[in-house]
Write a protein that binds this ligand. Structure first.
Ligand code: GDP
Ligand code: IMO
Ligand code: MG
Length: 427
């Protein structure tokens, strides 16, 4: 039996989808525990590319049961579009299970997401516009709509009505928009009730039973540590808990059952949306990294902001997640640089700071202190053993390992499932 959590160690898009798929070959359950279709995971198998948003990346593995846990927020239109698309691509989605406690993203929350961004003006977050923030806010505010509400029509209509009393007030009075009709929203949700019903289950009960029976369970995060509502660069974060603790609350599995926590980190860093990013490269080098790494969002198509590896962020991710392993992805993208700077600490208003500043103002002021590591010229995409990497690439990985305070167990050298170098087995 093994329970393993996979989290993003930076600002997202580290390659969680690839790693979930890689480890997922040997697991029985893949449980997505946070976020929704703000995520975008690319998985490449035998040269074929799959883009996943709401469905767990583990759906591509024909052996595992993919699970959408209670911590996820679900846009039902997107759920069925994605299921239909996967089926059209030959992926069997019939094993998909959805927690009855997961919240639904009603259409009005996509409007609220955009209105909230509009009212923030130049302080906007740069959200994906998928209604994520307002839906988690409704959950906390106890006016959310859950999957189980689809099976009790009168409750559903009541809940939509209560939520819309607040939303319509904002839409009409603040933004001069037409009010949203209660029945129209309720009907559009109810149309999915029969189709979704056979998938709905008690996530906590079944996943715990699976662990009791000695099965392997992988908990798959969307987003990442630095986008965590508590531990990220608030307010420039998402509205869920993508860190390891979120895997427990987002699935109903206790922390004592977890064996490994694997953080995924790119060999450099990217970020989408607004917010501080100390190692960001605003010059041609950043543009070169973006092109070499294909750094354009899977969800919104936005160019990703690019910068050098930040070991302060990595140490922080190791700490708040209790990482047992790091998977370092995209090492191949760094081929061809003479020197590769790595951020080892920050200069905050003239003072050296080795750990993540506890206040946002200091983080906004943080300037990277770099150590220069020698680069390599050789193509490494065909390497499958650590010793096959050029010595400077090996030294780069070892130095990152020292600086990040966690062993680097796997190194990615290409997008395909096979393009991975295993140093320590993850399962
Ligand atoms: P996720 O959101 O964390 O699942 O990551 P994304 O899928 O949004 O972005 C990661 C991108 O990097 C995808 O296009 C992957 O196919 C690709 N990728 C993952 N690992 C590697 C790697 O080791 N090398 C290269 N070149 N690409 C990788
Ligand atoms: P994956 O799972 C990168 C960012 C958005 C925005 C902020 C809040 O592919 O790593 P939201 O719509 O969640 O309210 O937006 O979070 N963001 C991501 N950035 N990868 C993601 O997911 C992201 N999901 C949200 O760009 O800055
Ligand atoms: Mg992504």
């Amino acid at each position: 039996m093994s329970a393993i959590i996979v989290v993003g160690a930076q600002w997202g898009d580290e390659g969680k989808g690839k790693v979930t798929d890689l480890i997922g070959q040997d697991v029985d359950y893949v449980v997505k525990f946070n976020g929704g279709n703000n995520a975008g995971h690319t998985v490449v198998v035998d040269g074929k590319k799959y883009a996943l948003h709401l469905l767990p990346a583990g759906i591509i593995n024909p052996k595992a049961t993919p699970v959408i846990g209670n911590g996820v927020v679900i846009d039902l239109d997107v759920l069925f579009q994605e299921i239909d698309q996967m089926e059209a691509e030959g992926i069997d989605t019939s094993r998909l299970r959805i927690s009855s406690n997961a919240h639904i993203i009603p259409s009005y929350n996509k409007i609220m997401d955009k209105l909230s961004e509009r009212s923030l003006g130049d302080r906007l977050i740069g959200t994906t516009g998928r209604g994520i923030g307002p839906t988690y806010a409704d959950k906390m505010n106890r006016i959310g709509i859950r999957i189980q509400d689809l099976f009790d029509e009168s409750i559903l209509r009541q809940k939509v009505k209560s939520a819309l009393e607040q939303k319509n007030f904002t839409m009409e009075k603040e933004f001069g928009l037409d009010p949203v009709d209660v029945d129209q929203v309720a009907d559009s949700l109810l149309q999915y009730a029969d189709r979704v019903k056979p998938m709905v289950f008690d996530c906590s009960l079944e996943v715990n039973k699976a662990l009791d029976a000695g099965k392997n369970v992988l908990f798959e995060a969307g987003q990442a540590t630095m986008l965590d509502i508590d531990h990220g660069t608030y307010p420039f974060v998402t509205s869920s808990s993508p860190t390891a603790g979120g895997a427990c609350t987002g699935s109903g599995v206790g922390p004592t059952r977890i064996d490994r926590v694997v953080g995924i980190a790119k060999a450099y860093v990217t970020r989408v949306g607004e917010g501080p990013f100390p190692t960001e490269l605003l010059d041609q080098t950043g543009e070169d990294l973006r092109q070499a790494g294909g750094e354009f969002g899977v969800t919104t198509g936005r160019p990703r902001r690019c910068g050098w590896y930040d070991a302060v962020v990595a140490r922080y991710a190791a700490r708040v997640n209790g990482l047992t392993d790091i998977v370092l992805t995209k090492l191949d993208v760094l081929t061809g640089y003479k020197q590769i700077p790595v951020c080892v600490a920050y200069d905050v208003d003239g003072k050296r700071v080795d750990e993540m500043p506890a206040d946002q103002t200091s983080f906004h002021h943080a300037k990277p202190i770099y150590e220069e590591l020698p680069g390599w010229e050789e193509d490494i995409t065909g390497c499958r053993r650590f010793e096959e990497l050029p010595v400077n690439a090996q030294a780069y990985v070892r130095r990152l390992e020292e600086l990040s305070g966690c062993r680097i167990s796997v190194v990615g050298v290409g997008a395909g499932r096979e393009a991975s170098i295993e140093r320590t087995a993850l399962l």
